[in-house]
Ligand binder design. Structure first.
Ligand code: FES
Length: 165
């Protein structure tokens, strides 16, 4: 038995109930409006739970439809709109860089643009999953798409950056 099972974290007012862990594991991902102000995506991937803003920092694409893939061993959600890669744990945007374009074959590596997507803390208590919003005052690019304008917009009103097929 782990120490967390022996001493589950205490509930606090800033922890918002998302759902039963068993249901989230079964679904793989769920979305929820948390605290009446933030649309959050909770993802279950390889035994871990992650939470981040629902709308992609690039142009507001809905991440719950994105695939999960690993880049440099880091699990990422791939935005379905323009295929940006966002690390599940940290919300970092990844991009491919070429160290020296004069050297062939090109050596391409995944690099980080830094934190672009706001991630949130996930806590499990007795089979229930809670999210504590990351209320850091530091602006993060995905914040733009958590404003009332985008939260209440229909999909038709979101930016017209559709993926190429
Ligand atoms: S909206 Fe997500 S990659 Fe463009």
């Amino acid at each position: 038995m782990s120490s967390e099972e022996e001493n589950p974290p205490a509930l606090s007012p800033d922890m918002h109930f998302i759902g039963k862990k068993a249901d989230i594991v079964k679904a793989g991902r769920v979305t929820k409006l948390v605290n009446g102000c933030r649309d959050v995506l909770v993802v279950y991937h390889q035994g871990e739970l992650y939470a981040m803003d629902l709308r992609c920092y690039h142009a507001g694409g809905l991440l719950h439809n994105g695939d999960i893939e690993e880049f440099n061993g880091r699990p990422c959600i791939v935005c379905p709109w323009h295929k940006y890669k966002i690390t599940l744990g940290e919300g970092e945007g990844l991009y491919q860089a070429v160290d020296n374009p004069t050297i062939r074959p090109l050596k391409i590596q995944w690099r980080s643009k830094g934190v672009k997507q706001r991630t949130h803390k996930v806590t499990e208590v007795s089979g229930d999953v809670y999210v504590t919003l990351n209320d850091s005052s530091e602006a993060i690019e995905s914040d733009v798409y958590q404003t009332e304008k985008y939260r209440t917009a229909s999909l038709d009103a979101l930016p017209k950056h559709k993926p190429k097929t």
